[in-house]
Write a protein that binds this ligand. Structure first.
Ligand code: AMP
Length: 293
């Protein structure tokens, strides 16, 4: 299948199955829509590696907590079709909520271990929702490869763990984070922020880089590494920090870190009423392709 400017829109599993007959090597890019350059990078990567590129656009209610932003999460399917098409998508799968979770739906996928700390602790049930919808999408599309952003590092670890544990026949590909000039990681939720707030939110990536710089200087004591980041965050009054943590490939925190290539520094903070997350490898030369997760 060749890419066209406007991808084909399908909304049901039956249409999807029919559209994927003789599709060759299929790549899946799961998203919640309101697509930006970060999503486009995933789609572009899939375009280079697969015959048919499927982008799912589904705001998954099961991964939102009761007090989170499900109802106001930004949506613009017309724009998404344009962005996805320009990046090389062939098909957009955009199901209704009751297509994915019809009356009587009763199954939950829960990944132990890596789902527990950090995002898992701050957002109870979030990763169950993610794992459940990702497994459903993998089963519906049957891709050879599925593409996820490193921006959601713990999510990538959860998906890799699930795929290994449940023998899902798919290769999970992690794609590096795309950022604004300020350093802020692109996110659909950035649309809640003004341009000035987005500029100030760049402090999160500067804090991560400060931790990275301390590690490059040879610091291995986690508390001291984190202090370098906390010092940067202290300069921005708009930050309400949820966590700043150095973790290994199993998402476990350690008092001291070694040169393990999976070591990563992660941050989550509320700024201007919006919850933002980001992460970097502790040592910048590491590719951090998530294999140890
Ligand atoms: P979302 O629509 O936010 O659920 O994201 C869909 C996919 O795009 C996930 O795999 C994200 O990790 C990935 N993604 C989101 N933002 C970025 C970014 N700035 N750079 C790279 N990938 C991203």
């Amino acid at each position: 299948m060749t890419s066209s400017t406007t991808p084909r829109l399908v909304t049901t599993p039956g249409e999807l199955r029919a559209a994927l007959k003789e599709a060759g090597r299929v790549g899946l890019v799961p998203t919640m829509g309101y697509l930006h350059e970060g999503h486009a990078r995933l789609i572009g990567r899939a375009r280079t590696e697969c015959d048919t590129v499927v982008v799912s656009v589904f705001v998954n209610p099961r991964q939102f907590g009761p007090r989170e932003d499900l109802s106001r999460y930004p949506r613009d399917l017309t724009r998404d079709l344009g962005v996805a098409g320009a990046a090389g998508a062939d098909l957009i799968f955009h199901p209704d909520v009751d297509v994915m979770y019809p009356p009587g739906y009763a199954t939950n996928v829960s990944v132990g271990g890596v789902s527990g700390p950090l995002e898992g602790a701050s957002r109870p049930g979030h990763f169950d929702g993610v794992a459940t919808v990702v497994l459903k999408l993998l089963n519906l599309v049957g891709p050879e490869r599925a593409y996820f952003g490193e921006k959601d590092w713990q999510q990538l670890a959860v998906v890799r763990r699930m795929v290994r544990d449940l023998n899902v026949p798919v290769e999970i590909v992690g794609v590096p984070t795309v950022r604004e000039d300020s350093g802020l990681a692109l996110s659909s939720r950035n649309s809640y922020l003004t341009p000035e707030e987005r500029e100030r939110a760049g402090v999160l990536s500067r804090a991560l880089r400060a931790v990275q710089a301390a590690a490059e200087r040879g610091e291995r004591d986690t508390a001291l590494l984190l202090q370098a980041g906390l010092d940067v965050l202290a300069g921005e009054p708009g930050v309400s920090l949820d966590y700043l943590a150095v973790v290994d490939g199993d998402m476990a925190e350690r008092a001291r870190v070694d040169n393990d290539s999976m070591t990563r520094v992660l941050v989550a903070a509320r700024m201007f009423g919006v919850r933002l997350i980001d992460n970097l490898p502790l040592l910048p030369e590491q590719t951090g392709d998530g294999d140890g997760a």
